[in-house]
Write a protein that binds this ligand. Structure first.
Ligand code: ADP
Ligand code: UDP
Length: 235
């Protein structure tokens, strides 16, 4: 099925397949933080992120949100629809944490009075800057209509994930989505939905169950990812 390696990123590798409209995403154990300044291999992270992403993509599809997901092939490889990634990181926030706390002085852990959606320009050289709608138009990244669609889709994803996770005793603090355009012009959520791209806090203890354990040197990174997967599988 695999034909050629197209791209190696920080956490995943993308391969072309015999089907021109399909790709294989290979989940690595590599992890990076602080713009790639901090790097490590976390044994077993790749397979956990794949299983968690598989779970969330299926949950979204069941909730009527079409995604790039086709099927999981093995413990590290997922078959997906090839899309033209829109170079935006769409961040949805229910609770203040991370960069919004630093930028706006909102205490970490404070629930936002309404859900905040932010766009960041996906550009490593520029360090993924926060951009507004005029910036996105000026850069020719997306149209007004597309931005509306991205925001609406991101909020819809949040409305499926947040209550579902709460039933598993996990608070969905925030998360990042990437979207892509298909050949037919559809805009689909792509990439991954995992503890690398979301903030998950334990409902009772508020313990972090996500990549902040790596970013902030809290230890037990893979154990936290495994705990998220264990709770998702819980009936
Ligand atoms: P980075 O590029 O930030 O280092 P990764 O290591 O996660 O990140 O690399 C995966 C790359 O694959 C990302 O650039 C992502 O935008 C891209 N990607 C994810 N899903 C798809 C898809 N369905 N079609 C095309 N590209 C995709
Ligand atoms: N995020 C991500 N990739 C990025 C930047 C952020 O997946 O390149 C996720 C991050 O895990 C968190 C959310 O987006 O769930 C918001 O991140 P924030 O802007 O607070 O950035 P941070 O301070 O974590 O770098």
């Amino acid at each position: 099925m695999k034909v050629a390696q197209l791209y190696e990123g920080k956490a995943k590798i993308i391969y072309s397949t015999t089907q021109p409209d399909q790709l294989i995403v290979y989940y690595k154990d590599d992890t990076t933080a602080g713009d790639g300044a901090k790097k490590a291999q976390i044994q077993g992270k790749g397979p956990l992120n794949l299983k968690i992403s598989d779970y969330f993509f299926r949950l979204l599809e069941a909730g009527g949100v079409r995604t790039h997901f086709i099927e999981t092939l093995n413990e590290r490889e997922m078959l997906v629809k090839k899309v033209q990634i829109i170079p935006l990181e769409v961040v949805v926030r229910n609770i203040a944490a991370g960069s919004i706390s630093k930028r706006l002085g909102l205490p970490e852990g404070e629930r936002l009075p309404r859900t905040v959606v932010e766009f960041y320009y996906k550009n490593d050289e520029l360090h993924d800057p926060l951009v507004n709608r005029d910036h996105i138009l000026a850069l020719g990244i997306a149209t007004e209509e597309e931005m509306d669609k991205l925001k609406e889709a991101a909020l819809r994803v949040n409305s499926i994930l947040e209550p579902h996770l709460l039933e598993k005793d996990i608070i969905l603090v925030d998360f990042k989505l990437e979207f892509g355009r298909t050949q037919t012009g559809e805009i689909l959520p792509a990439d991954e939905i995992s503890p690398d791209s979301c903030r998950f806090w334990d409902k009772q203890s508020l313990q972090k169950l996500d990549k902040d354990r790596f970013r902030r040197d809290l230890g037990s990174v893979v154990e936290a990812y495994a705990e998220v997967y264990r709770r998702l599988c819980r009936q």
